[in-house]
Design a protein around this ligand. Structure first.
Ligand SMILES: [Zn+2]
Length: 183
């Protein structure tokens, strides 16, 4: 029976097998949760219904499938051999819509992070997730610094050296505290 499958069908089946119980979105959510991040999922009130919304970080995350969202240059983005034109247009529309949604979210003051399914494959998953946690922690620091110290950039250089040193220490500490214990 398997011999009757077209390459496309086989590909789809294989993808399905591989993604069983390891839906990219769930991988990201579990990781973030284990690192202490709290979020909402599938927030319909925001453009594009982001998969993960971290309000405290003013960050939304989209976890995109490489095929449906047309991940350029990605080996998982291969147009089916039949109805090429139909698929090309369809994916192109998806990409345009993604872009519009990202622009709208940014206009609303959100940081938008886009993760691809291929970045969550077992071999590269850890690097992707650690990078994500690092980015989020860095954002907190920036926000934290702005709120608490409120120093215009020009005044930074006038601070006493000790103050700077102290600032640096607490900044590093925060990254350490926020680092994921699960690796
Ligand atoms: Zn991809």
């Amino acid at each position: 029976m398997a011999d009757k499958l077209t390459p496309e069908q086989r590909h789809r089946c294989m993808s399905h097998v591989r993604s069983k119980n390891t839906k990219p979105e769930i991988i990201v959510r579990k990781y973030l949760f284990s690192c202490g991040f709290r979020y909402r999922v599938n927030v319909k009130t925001l453009p594009g219904t982001p998969d993960i919304v971290l309000r405290k970080y003013r960050t939304v995350i989209f976890v995109n499938g490489c095929f449906w969202h047309g991940h350029e240059g990605c080996k998982y983005f291969v147009l089916p051999k039949s109805n090429v034109e139909y698929w090309r247009k369809k994916i192109e529309r998806n990409r345009e819509r993604d872009l519009e949604e990202r622009v709208r979210l940014r206009d609303m003051g959100w940081h938008v992070i886009q993760l691809w399914e291929c970045q969550l494959k077992p071999k590269v998953r850890r690097r992707t997730l650690e990078g994500l946690a690092y980015t989020l922690n860095k954002m907190t620091l920036l926000n934290f610094g702005a709120k608490v110290y409120g120093l215009p950039e020009a005044e930074d250089g006038l601070c006493a050296a000790e103050d700077n040193a102290e600032y640096g220490t607490s900044a590093r500490q925060e990254i350490k505290d926020g680092a994921c214990p699960c690796d």
